[in-house]
Design a protein around this ligand. Sequence first.
Ligand SMILES: Cc1cc2nc3c(=O)[nH]c(=O)nc-3n(C[C@H](O)[C@H](O)[C@H](O)COP(=O)(O)OP(=O)(O)OC[C@H]3O[C@@H](n4cnc5c(N)ncnc54)[C@H](O)[C@@H]3O)c2cc1C
Length: 336
Amino acid sequence: MNVLVLLHTDERGALGRGALEAVGVAAGLGLPVTVGIVGESVQAAADSLAGLGAAAVFGVEGAEFGSARYSTDAAAAEAICRAADGCGLVVAPGTSRWMRALPGVAQRVGARVDSHVVGLAADGSGAMVARRWVYRNRMEAAVTRPTPWMVLLDSGAGAAWSGPNGAVEVQRSTVDVLSSRTEVLRVESPQADQQTIRPEAKLLMVAGAGWTKKQKDGQTHVPEASELIQDLLRLTGASLGSSKSLVDLGSEGESVLPFLTHMHQVGQTGSSPRHAKGLATCCHGEEPHVVGWRFVNERRAVNLDANCGWGRKKADVLYVADAFEVAREIRKLLGA
Ligand SMILES: Cc1cc2nc3c(=O)[nH]c(=O)nc-3n(C[C@H](O)[C@H](O)[C@H](O)COP(=O)(O)OP(=O)(O)OC[C@H]3O[C@@H](n4cnc5c(N)ncnc54)[C@H](O)[C@@H]3O)c2cc1C
């Protein structure tokens, strides 16, 4: 069986981290690898994979394939799947662009598709097994399916591939885009330092509802809390998470930290981020919240209450302290 690793370029015309992780996973299967790339221009991306020694490299390129759009992405991916006929397994990064387009492509080419796969390898009998979490990360499923089979990988599913650049021959397919009702005008995204959800960060900093509660002087200090949290994020490069109580406060009409959204919520009804370390501040550490920390290896918390959830074996280290004072001190130590 051959593996087709299906990629698209990023806004720089290069292959992003997710794409390189997909290449790493495909290369680790020990099967012949074919590459397919979609983008405005694919040569530079293809050349960056010269060291892979791919059996073939297919490409679809042109201005209309530079931006995410279902109709053009699906048409391009379909053309590559057909050109790489015989590749029973298609491995692709689970980017928002491919998550949207590839399930439709799987339907067009008669393949099965699985998303949110966190590991892919052959088992003892040689069958390909994909691993993914189910029931909000409570159980891990091992899935195997008949080919053709398309697998979309979550970030972190494998180590990013790296190798030397070189000249790679790309077999280009022409895709007729007859009409498209969606016109991509521009991409608007926050500055990198304004983006507070940073999956690549080593540290997760969680803010809990305590930041907005009355403090020992009987007053709330939300503006200072906001400033301290943002300063720490800027100085440490940490990713920001939140408890449910804190993100819910906004809908209750209470004063809130303006940069927090439900996207930040960690826990049973939120996300389960994967950072090497985590620091919870002003957060009680109740089970529905802490369940979202299952992939965080080293856990620390700052809480006034020694008897909070973190103190009951949920954190490796609990600092019984005022998070305002701790944050001010850290800010000073980091030289701000
Ligand atoms: C079905 C269900 C699903 C849920 N899903 C989630 C989920 O996905 N995520 C989630 O987070 N919650 C979830 N919850 C809610 C969860 O049970 C808790 O209510 C919530 O996590 C509490 O948030 P908190 O710790 O920020 O607030 P609080 O419980 O109000 O705790 C605030 C903490 O701040 C501390 N504090 C105050 N001031 C300071 C200071 N100056 N310095 C240090 N510490 C200070 C206090 O001691 C206190 O421990 C769920 C609940 C249910 C029933």
